[in-house]
Design a protein around this ligand. Structure first.
Ligand code: NI
Length: 190
């Protein structure tokens, strides 16, 4: 396992459209290793999501979720946010369809745009179709926090960053100022 270097905003890989993984490729040792390394990298930087282009691999793959232990810690801190629950997943070639018209706006951060937060409107509920790390088709329904994370990660596969989705930049804030003026709630990067 290895901790990978995270590409920061300005690197062209973050603006490229990533290529799909072929069915036969998913179970290859190289892709399995990449997934393990992405989980390790996400944990190292305490992220809630990480897309392959963020570690300089332009393929349609992301990992996301909160490991059980830090989920408990987080629950102890803010019990009102039951929405924040999300098991660890690896998702390959994801396709997202909004489920309904309702939009929700909430804070986001990105490991490729460190120490910045901003409010981003997104469909509240979605259906995600793709493949798991064994190459098996999977379909998930998600709403709230996990739907937000999966949309943010899938955007990375199309070269889209969360700034692009903001209605205005008035809520863009550095992390220090975020804690001071906007919210006590920790918003993790993805
Ligand atoms: Ni991101």
């Amino acid at each position: 396992m290895a901790i990978l270097k995270v590409a920061r905003m300005g690197h062209p890989v973050l603006r490229a459209k990533a290529r799909p993984l072929e069915a036969g490729e998913i179970r290859s040792p190289a892709v399995q290793q990449l997934i393990d390394d992405m989980f390790e990298t996400m944990a190292e930087y305490q992220g809630v999501g990480l897309a392959a282009p963020q570690i300089h691999e332009s393929v349609r793959l992301f990992v996301a979720g909160i490991p059980a232990r830090s989920r408990d810690e987080q629950d102890a801190e803010d019990e009102d946010d039951e929405d924040d629950d999300m098991p660890l997943i690896a998702m390959i070639n994801p396709e997202i369809t909004p489920a309904g018209r309702e939009m929700a706006e909430d804070w986001e951060g990105c490991l490729s745009i460190p120490d910045i937060r901003g409010r981003v409107p997104r469909p509240r509920s979605i259906v995600v179709r793709g493949y798991d790390r064994k190459g098996k088709r999977m379909e998930l329904k998600a709403s709230g926090f996990s739907a937000r994370v999966m949309q943010h990660e899938t955007d990375h596969l199309d070269g889209v960053l969360f700034f692009d989705r903001m209605k205005s930049f008035e809520t863009l804030t550095f992390l220090d100022e975020f804690g001071r003026y906007w919210s006590r709630r920790d918003v993790r990067e993805e």
